[in-house]
Design a protein. Structure first.
Length: 84
């Protein structure tokens, strides 16, 4: 419906290899707060990907995400995350 936000999360296990992908779509006219959240979340992912380097600790990449999110008053979810 107009204004919905759809998140697709696909996980596959093939031949002992695990793959996971995720995409978010906005349907029609979405309220500004939700639209900005989706845009800023996508940008935080892009910044995290750019921060990845061989040997770089995960917490350094996490700080890249958190520092960007804090600019907008967002926080990082620390509970109930991950798969399993």
């Amino acid at each position: 419906r107009d204004g919905d936000i759809i998140n697709l999360d696909v996980t596959a296990y093939i031949g002992g290899v695990h793959g996971d992908t995720n995409a978010t779509y906005l349907v029609g006219e979405v309220d500004e707060e939700s639209r900005l959240l989706v845009e800023r979340t996508r940008e935080s992912l892009n910044r995290a990907i750019k921060a990845v380097r061989p040997g770089r600790q995960i917490n350094v990449i996490g700080r890249v995400i958190e520092s960007y999110a804090k600019r907008f008053g967002y926080g990082v979810v620390r509970d109930f995350t991950g798969h399993g």
